[in-house]
Write a protein that binds this ligand. Structure first.
Ligand code: SF4
Length: 328
């Protein structure tokens, strides 16, 4: 990332690191360190949908949550409009969270089952002093309309809605405080394919109408290719390739991106593309292989790949890669 690109970014993440210590093993548990994020850097421009993609356990959801400080990073910088998010105290962070919202994979788990939808949508606006009285009720109605739900949804409970409708409620709740950036954490992966397309079209419409930006966390390359304008591919806590879409998936450089892309990407969220099977299991982030973490599964692995992690290389036009095949 050049200094100019970082300066024009809505969100700029640099060198983000998060290690968790966990106790594992029976009957003699031992403490191990899981390297969930190991120096992750990316930027999101205003109005852009930026994808974070990779297999389960690669750190993409942790990265999304760390941006909001729902998980506190150990190291690294997070700048929103150039402001250092990690330096904010609780009050300033709460104010900033109005501008950065999250939509979760499981909308049911994130909605209070005993709270009417109208109250769920009204509360964030009350907390941030955005509306009250009749104006508040009108804003709730407008939000429901914007996400394609009837006005009487305000007087109902979460269990009365389908999975797709609940995700619309989760989106409406995020929109209620007029954010500029939404972290969408696998927002459609719990939904049926036909419903996925409807929710993605809703999210894209909001991007166009409101100028909303997204960090779009997903394991589904077909969805990311259709929805996002740029993407970073993660593997075991690190970004291995980054670039604009669709160019990066049309001509991937990193062997892992090539393997993920599969045989035929389909630029339509209604035609689900599942990941191609890659030889071997994903190694544990608690004990990543030395050198390039991908080397045990890489068909191009060389001797140096087993001992030396490849440095990040900027290739111009927003593209970058970490692979010894691109060393000078
Ligand atoms: Fe494969 Fe080596 Fe590149 Fe890693 S650095 S992806 S092992 S060629």
């Amino acid at each position: 990332m050049t200094a100019t690109a970082a300066a024009s970014a809505l969100l700029d993440v640099e060198g983000l690191r998060k290690f968790f210590t966990v106790r594992r093993g029976f009957p003699n548990p031992r403490t191990i360190t899981v390297r969930a994020l190991d120096g992750v850097s990316f930027s999101v421009r205003p109005g852009e949908a930026f994808g974070l993609v990779g297999e389960s356990g690669c750190g993409k959801s942790t990265a999304g949550r760390a941006v909001l400080r729902l998980i506190e990073p150990d190291e690294g910088a997070i700048r929103f409009h150039g402001k250092d998010v990690r330096a904010l105290d609780r009050g300033a962070l709460r104010a900033l969270r109005r501008k950065m919202q999250i939509v979760f994979q499981d909308p049911y788990a994130s909605l209070n089952p005993k709270r009417l939808i109208g109250k769920t949508l009204a509360e964030p606006m009350q907390v941030h002093g955005l509306a009250k009285g009749a104006a508040l009720a009108e804003r709730v109605r407008a939000l429901l309309d914007e996400v394609g739900l009837p006005a009487d949804a305000a007087g109902r409970y979460p269990h009365e809605f389908s999975g797709g409708q609940r995700q619309r409620i989760g989106i409406a709740r995020a929109l209620s405080v007029e954010p500029e950036l939404v972290i969408a954490d696998e927002p459609v992966s719990a939904l049926d394919v036909s419903i996925q397309a409807q929710v993605l079209l809703l999210l894209r419409g909001l991007q166009q109408r409101r100028g909303l930006s997204y960090v779009f966390v997903s394991h589904d390359l077909g969805v990311v290719r259709w929805f996002c304008q740029a993407v970073a591919v993660m593997y075991l806590g690190r970004i291995v390739e980054r670039g604009p879409l669709p160019a990066m998936f049309d001509e991937p450089l990193h062997p892992y991106t090539k393997a993920l892309r599969g045989a035929s990407p389909v630029p339509d969220p209604r035609a689900r593309v599942t990941m191609m099977r890659i030889e071997g299991e994903v190694p544990s982030a608690a004990s990543p292989p030395p050198g390039c973490h991908f080397h045990p599964r890489c068909p191009h692995a060389m001797e140096r790949c087993r001992v030396e992690y490849p440095a990040w290389k900027e290739l111009g036009q927003g593209r970058g890669v970490a692979c010894h095949l691109f060393d000078e």
